[in-house]
Design a binder for this molecule. Structure first.
Ligand code: G1P
Length: 297
């Protein structure tokens, strides 16, 4: 079995109902932070980590995603005619090598584990990454790259992890820690969406994974778990007693939950402030708002 991680799965089949009415016609992964769709952040992070094959698990109504990654000859001609080289460079950054992207349909919304399993034939017998584009992570060194480096030391299965307030733990997969080595923790248990007060820790799984192909074999069994869904967390937990084990990786960076409106807005502000050409204007506006708010108190 090869050890280098070159394939990544992007589960993008969700309906995005929390963002209705926008998601009536726009896949949530196309919604933009500043001027780039969520999915572009995920792809850039994967590329930085050395991923060369990108597998999208989609569903009905997601064709805008396929169009997004296609070449755009008409647009190119227009930009060329107008001498807009900078925009041409932006456009070309979104292009992917021919054959580097594959789209697989998840025909039924049976859970994250099922979505990942749908890509099993394209993964074969190799370690692979999973990126949930809703979890956007701002970091100096992209999160998946940090994880690939950790995985080169640990092998096995590596999941991104982050401390969350105890009352939020039931929204996540939560790790039971056997040994805490700082950035890396050895895991002895994993629970998906624990009931209030029953989480084994407040170390939550965030949407970045490096997994061994035996996780896919477990998913073959199609067993459902929390919420009646086939959970990726449960399949990874089966690896704990296996040969290679499971590790949590506390990444360096700030994670935004772009699956929620508030998280999406926070990410918009943070990524806006990180852009030199927008920073001053945006900061001025935020200062005014805070000032008015304080004055009203
Ligand atoms: C999924 C996973 C969960 C993980 C979370 C991170 O849950 O099932 O283990 O903690 O992503 O964002 P979801 O947010 O899809 O309910």
């Amino acid at each position: 079995m090869q050890n280098k991680v070159t394939k990544a799965i992007f589960p993008v089949a969700g309906l995005g109902t929390r963002f209705l009415p926008a998601t009536k016609s726009v896949p949530k992964e196309i919604m933009t932070l500043v001027d780039r769709p969520l999915i572009q952040y995920a792809i850039d992070e994967a590329r930085a980590a050395g991923i060369t094959e990108f597998i999208f698990v989609t569903s009905r109504g997601k064709s805008a995603l396929e169009d997004y990654f296609d070449h755009a000859p008409n647009l190119e001609q227009e930009l060329l005619k107008k001498g807009k080289d900078d925009l041409m460079a932006v456009l070309k950054d979104t292009y992917m090598d021919s054959g580097a992207i594959a789209y697989i349909r998840q025909h039924k919304a049976l859970g994250l584990g099922h979505a990942v399993w749908c890509a099993r034939r394209l993964i074969g017998d190799e370690p692979f990454a999973v990126i949930l584009p809703d979890d956007v992570i701002a970091a100096e060194k992209p999160c998946l790259q940090q994880m690939v480096e950790a995985y080169e030391e640990t092998g096995g299965n590596v999941v991104a992890a982050m401390e969350v307030p105890p009352e939020k733990a039931s929204s996540y997969g939560v790790l039971d820690v056997e040994e805490d080595m700082g950035h890396i923790v050895k895991v002895k248990g994993m629970v998906e969406k624990p009931a209030a007060g029953e989480a084994p820790s407040n170390l939550a799984v965030i949407g970045r994974y490096i997994l061994t192909p035996s996780v896919l074999r477990t998913l073959n069994e199609g067993k459902s778990g929390a919420g009646g869904e086939i959970q990726l967390t449960d399949a990874i937990a089966k690896e704990i007693d296996g040969e290679s084990g499971v590790f949590g990786y506390r990444f360096r960076g700030q994670r935004f939950d772009c699956g929620s409106k508030s998280g999406f807005l926070q990410a918009t502000v943070a990524f806006g402030l990180a852009r030199e050409e927008l920073r001053e204007d945006l900061l001025g506006y935020i200062r005014d708002v805070v000032h008015l708010d304080r004055a009203a108190e």
